[in-house]
Design a protein around this ligand. Structure first.
Ligand SMILES: NC(=O)c1ccc[n+]([C@@H]2O[C@H](COP(=O)([O-])OP(=O)(O)OC[C@H]3O[C@@H](n4cnc5c(N)ncnc54)[C@H](OP(=O)(O)O)[C@@H]3O)[C@@H](O)[C@H]2O)c1
Length: 234
């Protein structure tokens, strides 16, 4: 399997490289020119194409012939970086390729997510600060996901909870809607977020889904598993 990781030099991207190499995949990565050095640990094991991830020619070249594309959608800048990145991937991926995108819980696919009030407050502040400083454009990440949801490609949008560093705990669990009790702990190890992204490439049940994930050892996930076990074995 040949995979392209778009936004490969970030924390999530590097974890995805390791998971992909562990599976014997051929890896091509795209990152900004100035960030290529962050990938020195993988020198000789992956191909790196330097460039902005919303540069359509860069993406066309990088994802040509790839069976899967893992895209880190980030709301940076005020120049449609996120939607430009998503659109280029949607336009140039080969038909039948699996496309997996990352974003946060704040993205909603069907409007049925129920958010804690603190979550909505923090999002409003981030939006407002982003507009003021022009450093962050959350609405553009929303637009990027809207375009993915409308696409007939084989997409999955993985919605991450709050993240923490640490050893892997295993594949995160997921639910369709924020507000579902299993997600209540709102915490996932970043290495496991990357694991979920890479595993999604081969999980057809996740095609056209926008799973909201949480760590499999998070208290809410464990409580859900215990309740399911008690029901199965009264
Ligand atoms: N952080 C969280 O708590 C959190 C929570 C839920 C979901 N997520 C999602 O997880 C994914 C990864 O997020 P992360 O926070 O863990 O970050 P990350 O993996 O470190 O990735 C950040 C990415 O943004 C790029 N970037 C940084 N500044 C940029 C700029 N000014 N212009 C263009 N690109 C820039 C980085 O590229 P360089 O290497 O070139 O700097 C890198 O590819 C995202 O999709 C995010 O929405 C994050």
């Amino acid at each position: 399997m040949k995979v392209c990781i778009v936004g490969v030099s970030g924390k999530l991207g590097k974890y995805m490289v390791q998971h992909s190499l562990d599976r014997g995949y051929e890896v091509v990565g795209v990152c900004r020119d100035r960030s290529v050095g962050k990938l020195d640990a993988f020198k000789g094991r992956i191909a790196v194409i330097p460039g902005a991830t919303n540069d359509r020619e860069v993406i066309k070249n990088a994802i040509s012939g790839c069976d899967g594309v893992l895209t880190v959608l980030v709301p940076w800048g005020a120049h449609h970086y996120s939607s430009g990145t998503a659109q280029a991937v949607l336009d140039y991926a080969r038909p039948g390729a699996r496309l997996v995108f990352s974003c946060g819980w704040h993205i909603t696919r069907d409007g049925l997510d129920v958010y804690p009030s603190t979550f909505k407050r923090d999002e409003t502040v981030a939006r407002w600060l982003g507009r003021l400083t022009r450093l962050v454009d959350i609405d553009d990440q929303v637009e990027a996901c809207r375009r993915v949801f409308a696409s007939d490609t084989l997409w999955t949008v993985v919605r991450g909870s709050d993240l923490e560093e640490g050893e892997s705990e295993g594949l995160p669990v997921w639910s369709r809607h924020v507000g579902d009790p299993i997600l209540e702990s709102n915490l996932t190890r970043r290495v496991d977020y990357a694991l979920f992204m890479v595993e999604a490439l081969k999980n057809d049940e996740l095609i056209h889904e926008a799973p909201a994930i949480v760590g499999c050892r998070a208290p809410s996930a464990l409580a859900h598993a215990a309740a399911a076990g008690a029901q199965a074995d009264p």
